[in-house]
Write a new protein. Sequence first.
Length: 319
Amino acid sequence: MSDAAQSAMSSFGTVGLIGASGLIGGGFRLQLEGHPVITFGRSRGEDRWLDLESPPTTGEFAGIDTLIHAGGIRDEDVRHDATMAMRRADDGTRALYRAALDAGVRRFIHVSSAHVYGSLDRIIDENTPPAPSGVYATAHLASEAALADQLAEYGATAVAVRPNAVYGMTFDPSRFIRWSLVPFAFPRAALAGEIQVNAPRVLRNFVSTGMIARQSLALLDRLGQPGLVPLNTIGPDDLSMIAFAEQCAMMARSMGLGNVQVIAGDNTACPPFAYRSLHAQPSDATELPEFLSQYLAWLARSRDGVDGRSTTTHQRGFA
C-alpha cells in the first residue's frame, strides 16, 4: 500500500470488500495490502459468503467498519436479464446497504460508472446532472440512490466512484467477462494483427484500477458530513480511440508480436470531451505502457499455450 493510502486507511478499521476478484475490486484489494480486509462473495476464496441476488443479513457485516462495493451491475448482466439486473441494482442494493448500516458500518465506497451522466461526449464534472440512457446507466444511478437515501439516518458517509475507461491487471481471468471494453479489446485485436477503430477521434479518459482505489480512499478519508459524494476518478491520459490503438500496436510491435495494422473507420466526428473532477486528487503518472506490456505478454502466453491465467502477481503501485 502506498504511504498516502496507508495514512488514509488508518482510521477506517476493518474493511469489507465486495467484488474483490473483479477488475476494480482487485485494484482495491491490491491497494489495501497490509490492512485488515474481509472479502465477500460466492467464490471459494472469499472470507465470507455473500450472494448479491439474495437478501443479506446484518450478521454478514458484523465487525466491518468500512464497506467497499465493487460488485455492481455489468453490461453483460443487463444483456442476460435486464429486469433482474435492474431489481438487483435497486432493491437488492438497498437491502445490502441497510443490512450493513444496521450492522454498524459507517463508511462506504460504492463503485458506479461514468455512464450515469449519459452522453460522455461533452465537458463533465461532478456538478453535471446525471442523465442516464439505457438500463445499464439507469441501474448504476439507482444503486447510488439506494445508498444515498439511507446515509443521513445513520450519520454515515460514502463516495460514489464514477470512472471512465478502466484498465489494470487486477482481474481473475477465469471469471472476467469484460473483454469487449476498449482497454482490453484493442490489445487483443493487436495480437491478432489488426485493430479496427470505428470512431477514431472519440476521446476517453483512461484510469487504472490503482488510481481509482487511491483517489477513492483519499476522498473518503477527508469526508466529515453524512451523505454521498460522487467522485470522477481521473487518469492522466485523455486519448482518442485512434491514439490508444496506435499505442497498443506500437507496444505489440516492440515486443515482437507482429506487424500490427491500425485501420481507422470513416466516422470523423470529433465531439467535445473533458472528464474532470472538482475534488483534489493524488498526482499519478501514466500506467498505460506498463499495463499494455503486461497484458500483451499475458495474452501471448495464453495464445501460445503457456499458462497465462495468473494476472495477480502485482507490483505495488501498479494496478
